[in-house]
Structure formats: C-alpha cells, structure tokens
Design a protein around this ligand. Structure first.
Ligand SMILES: NC(=O)c1ccc[n+]([C@@H]2O[C@H](COP(=O)([O-])OP(=O)(O)OC[C@H]3O[C@@H](n4cnc5c(N)ncnc54)[C@H](O)[C@@H]3O)[C@@H](O)[C@H]2O)c1
Length: 251
C-alpha cells in the first residue's frame, strides 16, 4: 500500500461536488489536503469533513482565475506533491451567452489551471516531482448546443495537459486529465443541500454500466493517476463515463 501520509494534495474547487470527493479520497489515505475554493464557507466545511474522516486539511479562499490570489494561496501552502485542477463552471453559449460569459468560463476553467500549475510546479520540483490532474469533461470531446465556452475550455485543458507533461517531465512532474461524463454530486453538496441522488431509470439506461456516475468514480481515478503505480502515465486523458461517449445511438 502506498504511503500518502507525508504528501500535500492541492484540490481546487473542493468546497463541494467532485472536488470534495477528491479531497476526501486523498484525506482518508492520510495525505494533507489544501482545499482552494472561491467560497469560504464550503471550503471550511470540506476541511471539517476531511478531518472528521481522519485526514488533515486546510482551507484557502481563492479565485483560481486571479493570478495574485493563486500566488498568495500557493505560497501559504508552501509545499505540493499533487495538484488537482478541479474548479470549473459553465455559462452561456453562442446562441444566448455574452462575451463576458466566454471570458469568465475560459478564465476559471483554463487560465485557472495554468496559473495553478505555474505556481505549484516549482514546489513539486523541490519535492522531487509530482502529479498534476486536470478535471476536464467529456464535453471536451462532444457537445450539446449552446455550450461553446465550456466545451472550448475543457478541450483546452487536454492541450494544456500534454504541454505541461512535456515542459515539466524533466522535473519529475507528470500531468494527466480525467474526462468525467455525467456525475451526480448530490452526496457531496454542502451539508445543508445534501440529498440522495435521484436519477431515473432512463438516466441509468444511457450508460452501459447501468448507472449515472458517482464522484468517487472520479476521485479514485485521481488517486490512481497520482500514485507511484501510474509512474509511466503522463500526457494522457482518461474518459470515465460509464460508456456513454462510446454508445452508438439510432433514433
Ligand atoms: N458533475 C459533472 O457531471 C461533471 C462532468 C464533467 C466534468 N465536470 C467537471 O468537474 C469539476 C467539478 O464539477 P462539480 O459538478 O463538482 O461542480 P460544482 O459546481 O458542484 O463545484 C465546483 C466548485 O468549484 C468552485 N469554484 C467555482 N469557480 C471557482 C473559482 N473561480 N475559483 C475557485 N473555486 C471555484 C465552486 O465554489 C465549487 O465549490 C468541474 O471542473 C466540472 O466542469 C463535472
């Protein structure tokens, strides 16, 4: 069993949802978790949940699109073995959105990941190496109408992934992306909003595995890709979607 106890894991957008599940998955393994989120109250709540599960955690209020906030937060954390760029949002599209929507989605989802990697990479180099995981989306590869900023930002993350793998490999840093499909985060919302997942039979039937995704499906993959067992994997993306993007549909 790999020993995570001496390692520091930075997870952006860990206040709720997939990010909170990732923080808990590393925390339960004994790692020290730095939770970076734009919302103070949910970041603090995640911190308490990781500690209640036996882990160690610190909360840092940070808008990942803001270079100065990223710099200050990462400097306060001071050490890094794993970075999970999970913070993300979707808003607007070419049919109804604004240019401000485009700029903000690209700033949070893509610029944010770049800013975080830029600040964290020297710390990983000092530590002898590390792992960067980008939480992209199957929307990097397929679309619904009116979702241009989100799709473009997530596709951009895949390019950023192999570029970082190329630039930082000599420092012992690997970089990979995960493309989640439909993940129901009801179990990882803030406590006041938390509820059991409520998916219909037809939701489940759209997946070859017969169910909608769970945040743990993504969290466990992030742990694996950051582990020593995955030391030969870099510059890749892993689709985790219950088979949805491979499913052929005739109407
Ligand atoms: N849930 C899904 O089905 C799904 C599918 C594919 C990809 N994803 C991706 O996974 C990631 C997490 O998704 P989720 O469903 O858990 O989202 P969510 O909206 O439930 O949580 C996002 C978290 O990011 C934080 N955040 C937003 N903007 C931020 C910023 N500028 N700086 C710092 N923190 C910020 C929010 O406060 C929140 O805690 C996102 O990148 C999303 O695009 C989700």
């Amino acid at each position: 069993m790999e020993d995570w106890s001496g390692r520091t894991i930075l997870v952006t957008g860990a206040g709720q949802g997939i990010g909170r599940a990732i923080a808990l998955a590393f925390g339960r393994r004994g790692a020290s978790i730095a939770i970076l989120d734009a919302r103070a109250e949910t970041a603090e709540e995640c911190c308490s949940e990781v500690e209640a599960a036996g882990g160690r955690a610190s909360a840092h209020v940070c808008d990942v699109a803001n270079a100065e906030e990223v710099r200050t937060s990462v400097a306060a954390i001071g050490t890094a073995n794993v970075l999970v760029n999970n913070a993300g949002m979707g808003r607007g599209g070419i049919l109804t959105g604004t240019l401000e929507d485009w700029d903000r989605v690209l700033a949070v989802n893509l610029r944010g990941a770049y800013l975080m990697a830029r600040e964290v990479a020297p710390l990983m180099r000092q530590a002898g190496g590390g792992s960067i995981i980008q939480i992209a989306s199957t929307r990097a590869l397929q679309s619904e109408p009116n979702s241009e900023p989100y799709a473009a930002s997530k596709a951009g993350l895949l390019g950023l992934t192999h570029a970082l793998a190329a630039s930082l490999g000599a420092w012992g840093i690997r970089c990979n992306a995960i493309c989640p499909g439909w993940i129901d985060t009801a179990n990882y919302l803030p406590f006041a909003e938390r509820h059991a997942p409520q998916n219909s039979a037809s939701d489940a039937e759209q997946h070859w595995v017969g169910r909608v995704g769970r945040p743990e499906d993504i969290a466990e993959a992030a742990v694996y890709l950051s582990s020593e067992s995955a030391g030969f994997i870099t510059g890749q993306w892993l689709i985790i979607d219950g088979g949805m993007t491979r499913k052929m549909i005739y109407v």
